[in-house]
Design a protein around this ligand. Sequence first.
Ligand code: DGL
Length: 261
Amino acid sequence: MIGIFDSGLGGLSVLAAIARALPRADLAYLADTAHVPYGNKPDAFIRGRVAAIGDYLVAQGCRVLVVACNTATAAAVGALREKHPALPIVGVEPGVKPAAASSRSRRIAVLATESTAKSERLARLIAEHAQGVAVQVEPCPGWATRVETLHPDGPEFAAEVAARIAPLLAAGADRLVLGCTHYSFLTPILVPLVAGRAELVDVADAVARQCLRLAGPAGEGHGRLTLHATAQPERLRAALPALGLGWLGERAQGQPVLARI
Ligand code: DGL
């Protein structure tokens, strides 16, 4: 079984890509809904949550872990790998490399949580993969929480998003990296705003390909999905159709589980 987790609903975008790439794998998804968002919390707190979630998913029988959260990857994937040295662990990092490689204007922007935006890991990623490219890192406080409401639509929020990305586009960025898994669910707002000027870069499919490479026997199962959340697990099932992922709901087995961790 492959265990996939996030602070909340954002990692469902990664879960969907993995479910498409590995249709026979048994998957467990955990949303740390009692503690969402992570993006405004200290690294030590995030590391504690990631350690507890890793132990929980391993106890459920997961043999591969996917940290479907840029914030948790930046703050805690190193510590998680130290704790489980024998376990394949896939993290999610903003797609700086593909964005920099494909940018024609040589200007890109990374949309991320406050925590990811100021992380050393992102600074290193930019230094390694965006040489000669101007990179603007744009923290987007409140965006992930907005996705958690299941109603990211609405004129006020759309205006806030438009105001945040307008300066990036005006500066000539032609790639906007979705550096938080929640932002995949904001594409209905973002796509019309960037149309003809920039492309959005999402790494969910690349993460799924990495998962496919590492999964081994964990990729062979019955194509089952179990849902776990640290608060209001029933909301997780309701979120699937609301986020356009109703087909994943059909794979889900039993009732979503309340994870007491
Ligand atoms: N989905 C997460 C990410 O990719 C974190 C959002 C949050 O909890 O602040 O960064």
